[in-house]
Design a protein around this ligand. Sequence first.
Ligand code: ADP
Ligand code: ADP
Length: 219
Amino acid sequence: PLGLRFRDVGFAYDGREPVLASWFAEIAPGEHVGLAGPSGAGKSTAVALAARLWDPASGAVELVGGDGDAVALSELDDTDLRGAVALVDQDATLFHGTVRENLLRGTGTRPDADLAAVLERVGADGWIGLDDGLGESGVRLSGGQRARLCLARALVRSPRVLLVDEVTASLDPATERAISDVIAGFDGTVLIASHRAETLARCDRVIRIEGPGERGGQA
Ligand code: ADP
Ligand code: ADP
């Protein structure tokens, strides 16, 4: 597996105060790390930077191999990036189109058997098929169903690093447990932003993020 390193990362949203300033944090290959801290501290932002939704203003977010070799996310092409990191945003953004199209968004092709296996892994088989349409085509999903599908979409890529933003999630207990179990069983590196004690307790280690001005994010 690959580790993840935030090396002196600085970031601000357009025209706003910095969210992160010279922030350092390192997640070892295969380690499952929780990112904790007060609301507004920058947990979601850090996870988004690791998914390369944005680039840092300074410093770098790097993938680190077992041999210590590091490569900045900003140097990867789209294909390599998508095989390396995958984000589960529990606000669960799905697109119109079929389940298959949602699962393969930006991923290339996969055999249907692989897609079906992933749906089963997240407990989304049984109530939805690969050819079912989402959104305007009529299938209405609950928040919990969308969350399972978004997890499935991330897993389809077989990422080296699974990124989870559960900060705003409010799911039914069965879904929460199921998703938590799949993440805990993920055979790779995990970074999960959370304010939930149950989630953080299942991680190997917790890094606290306090917001801008803080130096060194390691717990
Ligand atoms: P946390 O996940 O720890 O609650 P966030 O990363 O969501 O923190 O937010 C950190 C800061 O950045 C907060 O002050 C928040 O209001 C601000 N912020 C978050 N997202 C955006 C955005 N898209 N545009 C502008 N400011 C944002
Ligand atoms: P819940 O019903 O679990 O509380 P929400 O309140 O978030 O979920 O959503 C309300 C309804 O809107 C849900 O029944 C859901 O089917 C539908 N919905 C919202 N966004 C989407 C989407 N991206 N794809 C499919 N259905 C959606």
